[in-house]
Design a protein around this ligand. Structure first.
Ligand code: NDP
Length: 444
């Protein structure tokens, strides 16, 4: 049995109840085969794959808080510190009822390679809780965030582990958590990113993941002799990533025609009204039914369906496993030529394979959505030097980073005779740097 197959079997046996984690490990290890096979003896002796698939530590804790009726609620909090070979752990905090250990492990594992691809010194981690911020008052959100930090503070720090936002964790939640950390530790340090601009946040962090996704997609198209201008774009999600992907798509001359949330989706053939979408999602925190009510050109549909719309480019920006094989078939049948993942692992393995086999350019999330964490690392740099850079400075660094990521993985794919396979390229390029650092640091 090959070393990769041996480790895959072990990981499956040890983590049988964590399908998302197994899916992520399977994708990464399978695409690393050419690298591992070429150095099998060395990697096996060093147990490189066993080490990289086992987190440094997994922290789980009780988060008690009091709701507006005086009732005590209890959630489960998580922080998985996966790998710090190239820098302090870095990765977001997800607040969503679906959160469990397997989901946090999959996200933390992906984060190792994503962070490596940014070329910045950050390791991989992820955290969160099975808490649902939807429908909660500001006071309840604050009570939850303070209680969450009452435990998490023990494990994080500006040079140790620097969490950030993710689904359900935006500027409001980061603010409450930062305030509590400061109160408990008595230090003002860059322990979280995605902070407000008045207390150490970075300009362009809010836009970074969506903008970065479009910088990456444009570079991928350019390298395939095409351009974004004039293209019709289908976007899923209506959160931070989706909104700023839509904004940058417009700036690049494309037309985004869809968006979605967990209850339904919008098809707006005239192009999504960005100001209206921001008002509904960022200000009112309301549902997309309000968008349809205010916009005569838009159709609202319950459930899922964004991928049934005819488009040139698809940008899944909501959550994991939201683009299935049947969706991939519809996209191909409708002439879609590129899929770039804004969310983490939104495309299932069989859907990815189908898209690639049918000539669709496919950009995996760990590369295409790395703009968020890259800009978080730029926020860390600004905090360390106690300076703030201008929007243009951060944005132009972000653009260079995304262009660089594309060429990094494009070159890695070519080196292993897999030209155009950006999944393989991203995994190999991310892995090479981390593994070199791990081996240089000995068995630890
Ligand atoms: P937000 O919470 O801002 O938005 C998420 C969007 O996706 C919302 O419209 C939400 O709808 C929808 N959504 C969430 N879960 C589900 C679900 N189970 N089914 C259907 N729709 C769902 O999150 P972000 O935009 O920050 O994150 C989106 C994705 O991008 C995630 O995969 C995240 O890990 C990834 N990502 C985010 C980065 C960032 O900087 N924010 C960086 C890199 C990756 P509703 O409001 O109804 O729940």
């Amino acid at each position: 049995m090959s070393y990769v197959d041996e480790v895959l079997a072990q990981v499956k046996e040890k983590n049988a109840s964590e399908p998302e984690f197994l899916q992520a490990v399977e994708e990464v290890l399978n695409s690393l085969r050419p690298v591992i096979d070429a150095n099998e003896e060395l990697y096996r002796r060093e147990a490189v794959l066993e080490r990289i698939t086992e987190p440094d530590r997994m922290i789980m804790f009780r988060v008690p808080w009091v709701d507006d009726n005086g009732q005590v609620q209890v959630n489960r909090g998580y922080r998985v510190q996966f790998n710090n070979a190239i820098g302090p752990y870095k990765g977001g905090l997800r607040l969503h009822p679906s959160v469990n250990l397997g989901i946090i492990k999959f996200l933390g594992f992906e984060q190792i390679f994503k962070n490596s691809l940014t070329s910045l010194p950050i390791g991989g981690g992820k955290g969160g809780a099975d808490f649902d911020p939807k429908g909660k008052s500001d006071r309840e959100i604050m009570a939850f965030c303070q209680s969450f930090m009452n435990e998490l503070y023990k494990y994080i720090g500006a040079d140790v582990d620097v969490p950030a936002g993710d689904i359900g964790t935006g500027a409001r939640e980061i603010g409450y958590m930062f305030g509590q950390y400061k109160k408990i530790r008595g230090v003002f340090e860059g322990v979280l990113t995605g902070k407000g601009l008045t207390y150490g946040g970075s300009l362009a962090r809010t836009q970074a993941t969506g903008y970065g996704l479009l910088y990456f997609t444009r570079e991928m198209l350019k390298s395939n002799n095409d351009d974004i201008a004039g293209k019709t774009v289908a976007v899923s999600g209506a959160g931070n990533v989706a909104i700023y992907a839509i904004e940058k798509a417009y700036q690049m001359g494309a037309k985004p025609v869809t968006c979605s949330d967990s209850t339904g989706w919008i098809y707006d053939p005239e192009g999504i009204d960005l100001a209206l979408l921001k008002e509904i999602k960022e200000v009112k925190r309301a549902r997309l039914t309000e968008y349809a009510a205010a916009r005569p050109s838009a159709e609202y549909h319950e459930g899922k369906g964004v991928w049934s719309v005819k488009c040139d480019i698809a940008l899944p920006c909501a959550t994991q496993n939201e683009l299935h094989l049947e969706d991939a078939k519809m996209l191909v049948a409708n002439g879609c030529m590129a899929v770039a993942e804004g969310a983490n692992m939104p495309t299932t393995l069989d859907a990815t394979k189908y898209l690639q086999e049918n000539g669709v350019l496919f950009a995996p999330g760990k590369a295409a959505n790395a703009g968020g964490v890259a800009t978080s690392a730029l926020e860390m740099s600004q905090n360390s030097e106690r300076l703030s850079w201008s929007f243009e400075e951060v944005d132009s660094k972000l653009e260079s980073i995304m262009i660089n990521i594309f060429h990094n993985l494009d070159d890695a794919a070519k080196r292993y005779d897999k030209a155009g396979d950006y999944v393989v390229g991203a995994n190999i390029a991310g892995f090479e740097k981390v593994v070199t650092a791990m081996m240089a640091q000995g068995v630890c």
